[in-house]
Design a protein around this ligand. Sequence first.
Ligand SMILES: [Fe+2]
Length: 632
Amino acid sequence: MSSMGAFQCGFFSLFFYFTAVSSSSSSLHPLAADSAMKHRNHTGISEFRLINRRSLLQCPEVNPYLQITVNHANSTLSDEEYVTVNVTGILIPSKFKWVAMITPSSSDVSSYPLSKALYAQTGDLRDLPLLRHYPVKAQYLSNDPDYLSCRKKECKQSNDDGVCLVTTCSASLSFHVINLRTDIEFVLFTGGFVTPCVLKRTSAVSFANPKQPLYGHLSSIDSTGTSMRVTWISGDGGAQQVQYKNGSSQTSQVTTFSQDDMCSSAIPSPAKDFGWHDPGYIHSAVMTGLQPSTTYTYKYGSDSAGWSNQIQFRTPPAGGGSDELRFLAFGDMGKAPKDASVEHYIQPGSISVIDAMTEEVNSGKVDSIFHIGDISYATGFLVEWDFFLHLITPLASHVSYMTATGNHERDYVDSGSVYVTPDSGGECGVPYETYFQMPTPAKDKPWYSIEQGSVHFTVISTEHDWSKDSEQYLWMKNDMASVDRSRTPWLVFTGHRPMYTSSTGVFSVDYRFIDAVEPLLLDNKVDLILFGHVHNYERTCSVYQSKCTAFPFKDQDGIDVYDHRNYSAPVQAVIGMAGFTLDGFPDDVKDWSLIRISKFGYLRGLATRQELKLEFVNAQTKLVEDSFRITR
Ligand SMILES: [Fe+2]
């Protein structure tokens, strides 16, 4: 379906392209610039991201002293460590030298004739792409403050009088490395990102245990609070186990996905092509026989592949069975490097938000988490899923981490997504659905509902057909109509793209979505609607068809209270402020818009049978900057 949404995302990508690349595109050959334009739709194009569109030049520099080495604690790499890459013997420190981390180490950084035909169809008639496999991350040597001024000098050649004839300089860079299963290598380039050529490479460095089971994360499979799914990654495809609750164990179901599962169009997608990285094996097992709202421990793995640590986790309250639910919710979080590297797509607020939420989880005051779309922003660069899973482990290994799909997980041309954008980079939801196995009806039908405590959550996909009488529409209609409000008095509806946002232009709303779905929300007396996609926090009045049907009153603490004993319409909030570069607000304030905050943070929810209390928490200060209550 061609749509306004497609235009929005395309425009967004174009905007990003122009802002990110305009400084460099003037130096590109016209055919390369043309190619860059054609590839602009791979969301998040940056100068770094375009390096694989360059011809690999022959380096003019001949320097017998040049060396690149990688220093790490042991002969092989642990599952997470910082390694130091040293470049020595540099004759002239230039700001154009940079180091890329690549994996697998065998990745070809020379010409690759077979890809010529592949790229010809894209209109890129230049010579071959630089790296057949995209680098994981990269840093300019100038990240070392001592490099350009040559503070680390070495004399390489002296005359008989001891006068130094050849002085060289060096640089050291720190790279954060996690177990990506395939061995890694560092490559020294010069020529910047625009006209790069390879000077030197390190030898390959392997991980001590490429099979190590890692990145375990939890999700609920139903509303009983008595079962929890744990999903983890390993380089080993043999069945493994989760051991839990003093002697119980379950054997994992093992799956994976291949390059063939990625989608593409006339233009090759990053996922199917230069962004591909082997995901290893995805193991998943359901721990059963648990009690709701109870703390247990588990570990996963096998004797041959290795075991995770013992991890403590908490089951959520059963639907209708507990008085209290504490949850966190947010959208659009993504990831960022834990070193000074550039990567293809960085969400600058993600680490601060994860750190703040980790504190809450560690304090034991969180029952479950809802991440409502735009999950990792790997968008076809598969190693970035590993980095994302690594980052959320302190959260998702301890409590249920429930997700909804967003445009950056699902959308691609000719793939059946509602919005015909290439925002998933060719992933088309396959990695997302494999890593985050939700209680959905079937593959590529990522909608579900779940009840925890006094809340019924209806989770939809805004990226799949929601038009009247579509399968998803009928499902959500039936789901909401079947909620027993005496069991779960609160009905929370969530998905990715918003119905109400002050942000305009690239993020204006899809009125077809509103026309189709908003009446259902009113008919079923939905209390709260949470969406992401727009990167800020905004809360509405009780709103229907862009008109306030009621306003909250202030309680004695000055907190807004929506009294749903006199229900008139849902309250809506945009919560896409968890990592992606923030969006501001226009000066014009809509009648229905009550609170607008453009800061990184998350939503904290506390549901009892009497009230649903929500707080926007600023991730930097940990302070609550908005709170409201819905009562009945
Ligand atoms: Fe989005």
